[in-house]
Ligand binder design. Sequence first.
Ligand code: SAH
Length: 226
Amino acid sequence: MRIDILTCLPKLLESPFRESILKRAQDKQLVTVQIHDLRDYTTDAHRTTDDYAFGGGAGMVMMIEPIDRCIQALKAQRTYDEIIYMSPDGELLTQSVANQLSLKEHLILICGHYKGVDERVREHLVTREVSIGDYVLSGGELAAAVLSDAVIRLLPGVLSDESSALTDSFQDGLVAPAVYTRPAEYRGWQVPPVLLSGNPAKIEAWRHENSLDRTKKRRPGLIKED
Ligand code: SAH
């Protein structure tokens, strides 16, 4: 998989891809993440990527030209499955959206800033718009990092234990069961004894029951009414 991220603040995206699982995924060549500075696609001496809004009002708007030039340069090299604008009013990022995107080969993510991007980017250049939640961030960079993380960890070979992503919350319509590690007792707080029993069938049954209980309490909407 390859993810190209378009931004006017590339530094904001450096560290999320330089650590831990996302770094290892790139080192293992399971994914290529390329950050593009939109200033490199401007034509003026000041490398301007934003301008005042037509009609007035507070806040700058990101111009279409650098975004279009960057997209065209990328499209000349390969075919993209999705060109996604990170947007608070887009389709909500869910595990199911992450699953769908993890099956794609080439993605472009566009990060807005200020008041957002010129609407013509959304009308003519993008194939999809994704939000990471009903709140407004100052830029799309953190949202793009969140989407990339959710997608990359699903790629085969990225997580060391292949089954690990499958046992995470939402994959089977349930939230994940509680997990514990050493010590078995801390300040008198005990680990459920079944987890120390060494009996895989009993442990599996406990985890399933715990998942169901937690889903009913925390995310009752996930349990389908028959
Ligand atoms: N004026 C816009 C918000 C702009 S916020 C509005 O009211 O809808 C600036 C940029 O941050 C956006 O262009 C978008 O790329 C990004 N952004 C903000 N909140 C986001 C969210 N919840 N999910 C994804 N991207 C978001």
